[in-house]
Design a protein. Structure first.
Length: 265
């Protein structure tokens, strides 16, 4: 008997040859964009980039219009602005923050650190950290302030109150010749920063003869033999204990903090 004809097989619902509809949809999604789509995308990206460049450099919306200063104590905000010398009415993005930092630190020695940043849309912000005078050095009738690192940063015509006078009297010992005046000055200032706060307030002067021979003169004629700046924390604790036990003493020796000594003069 002859088999069913083609028409009969179609009538019985046989699926025609070719990919299923789901596969056709996936192929459409994976089809690469046409030339027209690529052209439109390229134009849009170009326009966006040009607009961003114009906004940052050509418009008046994002320009440096003011300089904000924070952190000053001895200096004024106007002094810092003058030293910064920021070109106003220029694109904020084009302001050279590194150059501003260099100018401020170069022109104002009192400033130890300055952080320069852009504060959008119109402000340059300067946050300064001033050097703190830990001691003063007298030369030719002038007083030079010295910070905790031994840097001389300011010259005054009158001796400031509350800052000990640093008297450099180096002897001829090998340590004096080895370290030199700059290192000795730094070591003396290091001693000042190690003192208990009350002793620090009462210190009138420091006499430096060598690296390990630093003596302090306090109010009331009292003196302290401190030695070098080494083991400063232990020396401060020993001194505090001595002063508490012998408040009437005139001289304290803590250069060997494990065996401190005290006397009336």
């Amino acid at each position: 008997m002859a088999g069913p004809s083609t028409a009969e097989r179609g009538a019985r619902g046989t699926t025609p040859s070719g990919p299923p509809p789901r596969l056709l949809r996936v192929r459409r999604r994976l089809r690469p964009p046409g030339r027209r789509t690529l052209l439109v995308t390229a134009v849009a990206v170009t326009l966006f980039g040009a607009g961003a460049v114009w906004l940052l450099y050509g418009s008046s919306w994002l320009r440096a219009e003011r300089v904000r200063v924070a952190g000053t104590t001895a200096l004024t905000a106007e002094e810092v602005r003058d030293a910064a010398d920021v070109s106003l009415n220029t694109p904020l993005v084009a302001v050279d923050t590194g150059a501003i930092e260099h100018r401020v630190r170069e022109r104002l020695k009192r400033i130890a650190k300055v952080d320069v940043s852009r504060s959008w849309p119109h402000t340059i912000s300067l946050v300064v950290t001033e050097r703190r005078p830990e001691a003063i050095v007298e030369e030719d009738g002038k007083f030079h302030e010295v910070d905790a690192t031994g840097v001389r940063f300011s010259t005054l015509s009158k001796r400031p109150k509350g800052v000990p006078l640093l008297e450099m009297e180096p002897d001829r010992s090998p340590s004096s010749r080895h370290f030199g005046p700059t290192r000795l000055r730094r070591e003396a200032v290091r001693v000042v920063t190690q003192l208990p706060e009350k002793v620090r307030q009462d210190t009138r002067s420091l006499r430096v003869r060598s690296y390990d021979s630093i003596t302090l003169e306090l109010t009331g004629g009292r003196t302290i033999t401190w030695g070098s700046g080494e083991r400063g924390e232990a020396k401060a604790k020993a001194l505090t204990a001595l002063m508490k036990a012998r408040p009437d003493a005139g001289h304290f020796d803590v250069q060997a903090p494990s065996a401190p000594a005290v006397s009336r003069s």
